[in-house]
Ligand binder design. Structure first.
Ligand SMILES: NC(=O)c1ccc[n+]([C@@H]2O[C@H](COP(=O)([O-])OP(=O)(O)OC[C@H]3O[C@@H](n4cnc5c(N)ncnc54)[C@H](O)[C@@H]3O)[C@@H](O)[C@H]2O)c1
Length: 264
């Protein structure tokens, strides 16, 4: 599949990884439909892409709403004439220990609420499911090749304070294998690939204080945060290389887990 001329829908495309990937792909001639809840952020990214000579549209959607996602795919097809790649990238977290005790009394002072758990499941799991299904339906009916991409996370290995987030992201790493199995059964030429970023230089991490950032980087072999452009490079490679299928690729800078890495 060629990046140039492909029509690519990106959810969570107004900010962070989604916006960086969109700019990068558009610079190589992809036509991008950026989707998300905050229209101002989407329009800003679209403006930057257009100023650089690329093609892009902004579509306001909430990934948890079926109707929104259905309209998003139709809008991309109506505007650009096809739907080739979808990057289900929208995600959120709502961190807390499951139970948190007070350091003086030892008694439980707060806990992760059911709403906090469900909100993350809704966006990261249900939202990704709806996005991929609405895209795949149209790709299958078109009879053309398609590619479904999923932004997973290295936190799928299990992160303290992220019982909700880690649970959703580890589930997503199973999807490329399951879906490719289903498409193979039905002779559909739709590939499915996950991209699992490590600590990435988006607003939240860049905004961290230096000590917190240094502590994170102690565990990263290459010694720097993953740049969103490096993720875009991986995605471009996946688009162009159709032997990459049914798998999740980690882009972590060689993240090392556990106390051994910190014992230097
Ligand atoms: N930044 C990192 O270090 C990192 C590491 C691993 C994985 N990720 C994953 O990468 C993806 C992008 O994250 P990011 O770092 O760019 O952060 P981000 O907050 O900039 O991006 C998330 C995007 O998803 C959108 N979004 C959230 N809920 C939505 C909903 N219901 N409907 C539509 N859009 C919604 C947000 O508005 C935002 O644009 C997420 O799935 C995140 O879990 C990020």
């Amino acid at each position: 599949m060629d990046v140039k001329g492909s029509v690519i829908v990106i959810t969570g495309g107004g900010t962070g990884i989604g916006a960086a990937v969109a700019k990068n792909l558009a610079a190589d001639g992809a036509k991008v439909a950026l989707a998300g809840r905050r229209i101002e952020r989407l329009e800003q990214t679209v403006k930057e892409i257009k100023e650089a000579g690329g093609e892009a549209i902004a579509v306001q959607t909430d990934v948890t709403k079926e109707e929104d996602q259905s309209k998003l795919m139709d809008k991309a097809i109506e505007t650009f004439g096809s739907l080739d790649v979808v990057l289900a990238n929208a995600g959120r977290f709502a961190d807390s220990l499951m139970i948190n005790t007070d350091k003086n009394t030892g008694k439980v002072k707060n806990f992760m609420t059911t709403e906090q758990f469900k909100a993350v499941v809704d966006t990261n799991l249900i939202g990704t499911f709806i996005t991929l299904r609405e895209a795949a339906r149209r790709m299958a009916d078109s009879g053309k090749e398609g590619l479904l991409l999923i932004t997973s996370s290295i936190n799928s290995t299990g992160q303290i304070g992220q019982l909700n987030y880690s649970s959703t992201k580890v589930a997503l790493t199973l999807w490329p294998k399951i879906l490719v199995g289903e498409f193979h059964l039905k002779h559909l030429p739709i590939r499915v690939v996950g991209v699992s970023p490590g600590y990435t230089a988006t607003e939240i991490l860049k905004g961290m204080n230096e000590t917190a950032l240094e502590a994170i980087l102690k565990d990263v072999h290459v010694g720097h945060l993953v740049e969103p452009e490096e993720l875009a490079g991986t995605i471009k490679h996946v688009i162009a290389n159709d032997s990459i299928d049914g798998t999740t690729i980690e882009v972590t800078g060689g993240l090392v887990y556990g106390p051994r890495a910190r014992a230097k």
